[in-house]
Design a protein. Structure first.
Length: 588
């Protein structure tokens, strides 16, 4: 068993197809000054053909990933048009009289090495894009053949040192059972594409294999646990075959709960909404019977492209979500960029601690042009459905007031242009900072709703970066301090009749359900995949059983004590939490 990193969930079992590691190898040849013009002509011709090829690939892949995810290739086009990259290539040719392919190779190596040295996972992963684009250009300059492609007549698990987006284009999603790479990251473009294709993916095996994986080796990969087995024993194979079949059967049974009301045995109603990042996820949102979209992350519209999305482009996306939900609400969070989320074309300052730095609403209140463009697009979409606006990372009343001033300006611009929108659009904020918790009584008087962002709130309350291996074990959503923060938020919201929902991983954790019931929470927003599991547990719970739980929780001195208390209030056996439960009245 080899432990890696799970980047796309699911279990895959089958034979490996290994993409060989290959590096460009050609002489460092010099050219005569008289041939310089010809070399530049070769360079520009190679760039032209590379751009045409990328555009063709983008169109071929749009049916697999959807329009928004193919913007990955817009970023590749931007590299070929980047003046810094091209200036580096041209400079090598002019100063050192090197052939076009040599200059391109040296420029690629320079930028890839520079990005690899940065202590930033996002920038390391962007180095793969530069390598991908550079290799494509080199193929056109050298006339090199494409690398070996996987078989088309039999299923396989793809194995490589690292993958680049253009290699994913050639994969047959019907034959590719899973992917294993030695390198890569969970936020890489390849990982994003694998998740969009629903292909199990495990990465990060570099240095963990005693012998390299060979073509034809039998593999089991577990994308949820990040585990890979190479040529396992028959007993392991049988166990995973059983797990895979059991998982499929459970999913089929849970699916039958989708049309049932989300309520406890004694009738307490709780909306179960979905967190989404793209329109592509709406099919599953609707299929799983979500009450709406409790968090629409708009970052995907801005990422993997070379320019900011215009108002019309954003409006079309927001309107589609509103219309397809057919009256169910969608909460659209304004751009939450910065921290661990970057835009290649937005020059944010380098920061020692970006999570505490220039991000989210702080950026938007400075870039009012970008903020108002997005606000107008959201407002226009509100004419076509139940749309709500939510600001992230609010820490003060001043920030909230300024954001609302800009919202009012956006409304007035639409009024003057006679563009329809809902005048009654609700406005809320993410409660994800200790500061917003402590002034939640003041904030509750100014907004229509709160959404408790548990992921960031836990990190900020405990000062723990859960992506940091040295301290990740300290990330503890059941810490008594976190629970007291949750109680304070809800109590203050109730005083002023402000609606409260909970989003983030804790919302989809079945163990936390008694907390939300005892607090009187009426809406949870979670990953689409978690909705039916939470509904199954909700159907087995009783609201009346949890009324006194805070007396016990308030006395707990550790998270283990908290979890022990919660376990006693769950009708569902946590070891069997995915087993479907049918109400006494029946369902089908």
């Amino acid at each position: 068993m080899i432990e890696g990193i799970g980047a796309s969930s699911g279990i895959a079992m089958g034979k490996a197809f290994v993409i060989p590691t290959w590096e460009w190898d050609f002489p460092d040849k010099l050219i005569d000054v008289a041939d310089l013009a010809y070399e530049f002509e070769r360079l520009y011709d190679g760039i032209h053909h590379s751009k045409v090829e990328i555009e063709q690939i983008k169109q071929e892949f749009v049916s697999v990933l959807g329009e928004e995810q193919t913007q990955i290739f817009d970023a590749h086009l931007a590299i070929l048009e980047d003046p810094i990259f091209m200036s580096e290539v041209q400079g090598i040719m002019q100063r050192q009289y090197k052939a076009a392919e040599v200059a391109v190779k040296e420029a690629i190596d320079k930028f890839v090495n520079m990005f690899d040295l940065l202590d930033d996972h996002y920038m390391k992963e962007r180095a793969l894009d530069i390598k991908d684009v550079g290799n494509r250009l080199l193929k056109h300059l050298l006339g090199a053949l494409e690398e070996t492609l996987p078989p088309k007549d039999q299923p396989y698990i793809l194995v490589a040192k690292e993958l680049i987006p253009s290699q994913m284009v050639h994969l047959d999603v019907n034959q590719t059972m899973g992917i294993v790479t030695m390198m890569g990251g969970k936020t890489s473009h390849v990982a994003i594409m694998a998740r969009a294709m629903s292909v199990p993916y495990v990465l990060g095996l570099e240095g963990k294999l005693q012998t390299p994986i060979q073509n034809g080796d039998y593999l089991i990969i577990d994308g949820d646990e990040g585990i890979v087995y190479v040529n396992p024993e028959e007993e392991i194979i049988r166990q995973y075959e059983a797990r895979r079949e059991s998982w499929k059967a459970i999913q089929e049974q849970l699916q039958k709960l989708a049309h049932l009301p989300s309520q406890t045995e004694d009738g307490w109603q709780m909306n179960l909404a979905a967190n989404i990042s793209s329109v592509k996820e709406l099919d599953l949102v609707i299929r799983n019977g979500a009450s709406g979209v409790g968090l629409f992350r708009t970052e995907f519209l801005y990422m993997d492209r070379s320019t900011f999305p215009q108002e019309e482009e954003q409006f079309v996306v927001y309107r589609e979500v509103a219309e397809r939900l057919q009256g169910k609400p969608v909460v659209i969070r304004t751009l939450d960029i910065g921290g661990d989320k970057h835009l290649d074309y937005l020059a944010l300052p380098e920061e020692e601690n970006p999570s505490l730095g220039y991000r989210a609403i702080r950026v938007m209140l400075d870039r009012t042009d970008l903020f108002k463009t997005q606000l107008r697009a959201i407002l226009r979409a509100s004419h076509y459905g139940s749309v709500k606006i939510m600001y992230p990372m609010i820490s003060s009343l001043e920030e909230l007031h300024r954001a609302n001033e800009l919202l009012e300006e956006a409304k007035q611009e639409l009024r003057e242009a006679k563009v329809p929108f809902s005048e009654e659009v609700e406005v809320g904020i993410m409660i994800e900072l200790p500061a917003s918790v402590m002034i939640s009584d003041l904030l509750a008087q100014e907004v229509d709703f709160f959404s408790i962002g548990t992921n960031d709130l836990v990190q900020y309350v405990l000062a723990v970066d859960r992506m940091n291996e040295q301290v990740a074990h300290l990330y503890d959503p059941y810490h008594p301090a976190v629970l007291r923060m949750l109680k304070m938020i809800v109590d203050n919201a109730k005083r002023f009749k402000t609606h409260v929902s909970v989003c983030g991983e804790l919302a989809g954790d079945i163990r936390a359900l008694p907390i939300w019931l005892s607090l009187g929470i009426k809406e949870l927003s979670m990953s689409v995949q978690a909705i039916l599991k939470v509904k199954n547990s909700l159907l087995q719970s009783k609201y009346s059983d949890t009324e006194g739980i805070w007396d016990e929780l308030s006395k707990c001195m550790s998270s283990s004590a908290v979890i022990e208390v919660l376990g006693r209030y769950l009708e569902t056996d946590l070891a069997e939490e995915t087993k479907p439960h049918w109400p006494a009245s029946g369902c089908c």
